[in-house]
Design a protein around this ligand. Structure first.
Ligand code: ADP
Length: 862
């Protein structure tokens, strides 16, 4: 397309207003992209780059590429997944009737945080857009899921704001974050968003985040005094988020009907490290759901339930009363497996009411969506009935909230056929008998012949001409034909149209009216069907709040049923949850490991911890004994109890824990370029800063990443800090290799030794998996190495070294220069000369290139 044409001028004008978007510019049946957009899109979507102004020299040509409009969604979805924003520019008038240049305008801007298309969303996962506002030491956060209509907001003040903000961001893991200027300029925050969350970042406009305009946007969307939102950064971020949605979506957003303002006091805060280490929703290594706690607990049957159980998992409760309510409901459902199964069967038929009503309000729903909405709601009366025998207060409340909106359903069912076609623009979906005019128009279409015959008969009778005929041709349309012999009888009202050899053709006003009726009936019918569709869709949209309430109740019933099923199938018990500082578990199991051990039994273990004598447990034992499994098991049981779920144990009492902290194994931050030890110490620092006496700490192998003495010193200092009630005094599980630390029992109050029992059987080791009091007798490192398949020669040499170490206490016996028979030394590996060269190197004078070369040579030699 040549530059300077009126259309290109139009393009540049629109593009200038949306410099940060890839502009999809509608041209007939295609969306075209130009210039840089075209280059980006062709690279990302593997499209061919072309240009139309071939007559010009190549450097003056405008690069372009395009996608067919009907396939655009798939391309847009790929660009969004890569973090781009796409602006969709449509033709606002019919090119066939437009005079001159077709009017074009942006109808929507698609961004990762604002997609609503089914194909771009994950069914069981929310898609959050976040707005974040900072004001010195105050922060406001708002999260909205446009596809379901949920909006939540919270705020923090004081020096700890950063940590809280990161935790909330980690919990919601938004796809896109809108930042106020101050937040945008905060390098730590930017770094966190980039490296930990991998979400799209957008700098919000000053205007949108300004207190006045933000407050007005909040009021416009949620009404005056919206749910007691505090002024300051909270209102500012909610307002800015709404402005962003108005700017990008340009449509009705009334399904975002309320803001849920919460304070973190309601939920247990979990940082990203704990969430990941405990593998709540995905595994540490593969990032898969399978193998996570969610994988065990999620037996929900509806998309709403899938999303809610994730959110319950991410935010365990802190109030025993609230937890008790969930427990009561789960207990009810555990007790009646028949009803539970029937409920599950009903739930499976409930459609995604939340997202359906979202699309209805948004204006993208079709006839199928409305039918699907009605079908889903239609399950609710049976669901209510199935829930009626249960006594728990929560189930009763939920039952009452399951409104099936019978009137709306009646309207939808009456209006639409059972399987409406995909498009609402081509008719064919309104049920016969719903609307008299639709029936009449359909009658005309199917009965066109009858009408012609009827008119023919009528005219014959009126004129008395027996041979009169009504015919049709493309030029004149319908006509009345009279043969020459009967001319005299033709009435004056007939208008002559055509004279043939033997006959004349006439028309009459009634005939033309009939013609008009038949020929326009099709157009009228499709228009009318669409109009009726819009009426019903509006009727549904008007009930958005009721539908959302029902959907929320369905989701909760679904999650409670899932908890109950998992509890019943896996032999969980209902924990006693209170405000004590006791954690008492009898025969506890790891919920995930017990499911993944095929054929082998999981050995249950007891736990007793309190804020007094049993505050800190030092856990020793060989590698592979089951230390980290045990510690995670305790943490998971506590979390599950606070979610309202039953727990894998024979009996359990859980005093509410305000937070769970973990420091476990290798971290996934290694790719960010930090050393293992640095990562470890950063995590320890965070944890010691933020833990309280009400927290539960899981510390695995503190100090491992540095030299023995350093490591041990740090481990001991951390342990003392945790056990000291004047400093922290928090319940702590502390696994360590430093056997020396076991001397602390008796020395420091509240510290007890435990070990996971293992037995030596000749050269082999037998893991008993039982946690017992006292320090481990030996570390069995060599036996574990053998178990892992380390070659026999290495094993026997290690034994020799160990013997020497144990008897002589020397730091390291010399490498045996002349290898004894059957033994192994570095020399055997042909590495002696390499070692000699290494010794001779003066590292201080080596250039990087020399070092590389040396390394290369030595490697080759080896
Ligand atoms: P450690 O942390 O002591 O090195 P892990 O906790 O990683 O050991 O456990 C090692 C293996 O033992 C795991 O594969 C786990 O499946 C198994 N295991 C741990 N605890 C138990 C148990 N109580 N019953 C059965 N198998 C267990």
């Amino acid at each position: 397309m040549a530059e300077g044409t009126p259309m290109m001028l139009q393009y540049h004008k629109i593009k200038a207003d949306h410099p940060d978007c890839i502009l999809f510019f509608r041209l007939g049946d295609f969306y075209e992209m130009f210039n840089e957009d075209a280059k980006t899109a062709s690279r990302e979507l593997e499209l061919t780059l072309t240009s139309r102004d071939r007559t010009r020299p190549p450097e003056e040509r405008t690069p372009m590429c395009g996608v067919p409009y009907h396939a655009a969604e798939a391309y847009i979805s790929r660009l969004i997944a890569k973090g781009y924003k796409v602006a969709i520019c449509e033709q606002m008038e019919d090119p066939a009737t437009a005079k001159g240049l077709v009017d074009r305008d942006i109808i929507r801007i698609v961004t990762p945080g604002t997609v609503i298309e089914e194909t771009m969303l994950e069914e069981g996962k929310n898609n959050f857009l976040c707005a974040l506002c900072l004001e010195e030491e105050k922060a406001g956060l708002c999260f909205a899921d446009l596809s379901t209509g949920e909006v939540s907001a919270t705020g923090f003040a004081g020096p700890g704001w950063r940590e809280h903000v990161e935790n909330e961001l980690g919990r919601f893991s938004p796809r896109e974050v809108l930042l106020s200027s101050e937040a945008w300029e905060d390098p730590l925050l930017q770094d966190f968003l980039r490296s930990r969350l991998d979400c799209r970042r957008e700098r919000g406009g000053e205007e949108a985040f300004a207190p006045g305009p933000a407050a007005r946007a909040v009021e416009k969307q949620f009404g005056p005094g919206a749910e007691g939102l505090p002024a300051g950064p909270v209102t500012r971020c909610v307002g800015a988020l709404m402005s962003y949605l108005y700017d990008t979506q340009k449509t009705d957003l009334s399904h975002l009907s309320s803001v849920n303002y919460y304070t973190t006091g309601e939920f247990m805060e979990l940082d990203l490290t704990a969430r990941r280490n405990l593998e709540l929703t995905e595994t540490l290594r593969g990032g898969e759901k399978k193998g996570s706690l969610l994988w065990v607990l999620d037996k929900t049957c509806t998309p709403m339930g899938h999303r809610l159980i994730r959110s319950w998992l991410e935010r365990p409760l802190l109030s025993p009363v609230q937890i008790g309510k969930r427990q009561g409901a789960v207990a009810d459902l555990v007790g009646d497996s028949v009803a539970r199964q029937e409920i599950a069967r009903e739930l499976k038929e409930v459609t995604d009411l939340e997202r359906l009503i979202g699309r209805v309000v948004y204006g993208t729903a079709g006839g199928r969506d409305l039918v699907s909405l009605s079908r889903g709601l239609g399950r609710l009366p049976d669901l209510r009935l199935l829930l009626s025998p249960f006594q728990s207060s929560l189930l009763s409340v939920l039952r009452e909230s399951l409104d099936d909106l019978a009137d709306l359903r009646g309207q939808i069912d009456a209006a639409f056929v059972e399987e409406p076609p995909f498009s609402v623009r081509e008719g064919g979906f309104i049920r016969d008998g719903y609307d008299a005019e639709v029936d009449r128009l359909r009658g005309i279409l199917t009965g066109g012949k009858d009408m012609v015959a009827a008119m023919e008969a009528q005219e014959k009778e009126k004129t008395g001409i027996k041979s009169l005929k009504v015919g049709f041709n493309k030029v004149f349309g319908y006509y009345i034909e009279v043969s020459k012999a009967n001319y005299a009888q033709v009435p004056d009202t007939y208008i002559r149209k055509q004279t043939l050899v033997n006959c004349e053709r006439f028309i009459t006003p009634e005939l033309k009216e009939m013609e008009h009726t038949i020929l326009t009936a099709q157009d009228q019918l499709t228009a009318l069907e669409y109009q009726l569709f819009c009426q019903v869709r509006q009727a549904a949209a008007d009930r958005v709040a009721d539908i959302q309430r029902s959907a929320a109740a369905v989701a909760q019933v679904d999650v409670l049923c899932s908890f109950a099923r998992v509890a019943a199938e896996n032999g969980y018990c209902m924990p006693q949850v209170d405000l004590s500082d006791v954690i008492d578990i009898s025969e506890g199991r790891h919920p995930v490991v017990e499911k993944t051990r095929k054929g082998e039994l999981f050995v249950p273990n007891d736990t007793h911890m309190d804020g007094k004598e049993d505050m800190v447990s030092i856990i020793t034992g060989p590698n592979m004994a089951g230390k980290s499994t045990y510690m995670r098991q305790v943490a998971l049981i506590v979390l599950m109890a606070q979610m309202g779920s039953f727990v894998p144990a024979k009996a359990a009492r859980v005093g509410i824990v305000d937070r769970v902290f973990t420091r476990i194994g290798a971290s996934d931050d290694l790719s960010a370029g930090q050393s293992t030890f640095m990562v470890e110490m950063t995590e320890v620092a965070e944890l010691l800063k933020n833990a309280t006496a009400k927290s539960l700490l899981i510390l695995d192998e503190i100090g491992r990443g540095t030299s023995t003495y350093d490591g041990m010193a740090i481990a001991r200092a951390v342990l003392e800090f945790c056990a000291d009630r004047r400093r922290l005094g928090a319940k702590t599980l502390f696994a360590t290799h430093y056997h020396e630390l076991t001397d602390l029992e008796g020395e420091i109050g509240g510290v007890k030794n435990y070990n996971i029992a293992a037995k030596k059987k000749k050269d082999d080791i037998l893991f008993l998996r039982k946690i017992v009091r006292g320090p481990a007798a030996a570390s069995y490192g060599i036996e574990v190495a053998k178990l892992a398949g380390v070659p026999d020669k290495v094993i026997s040499r290690a034994k020799v070294i160990l013997d020497q170490l144990e008897t002589e206490g020397v730091p390291l016996p010399a490498v045996s220069a002349a290898p004894e028979d059957g033994q192994f030394s570095l020399g055997d590996l042909g590495a002696q000369s390499v070692a000699d060269r290494l010794r001779a190197v003066d590292v201080d004078t080596l250039t990087p290139i020399e070092a590389m070369n040396l390394l290369y040579e030595m490697k080759k030699e080896l």
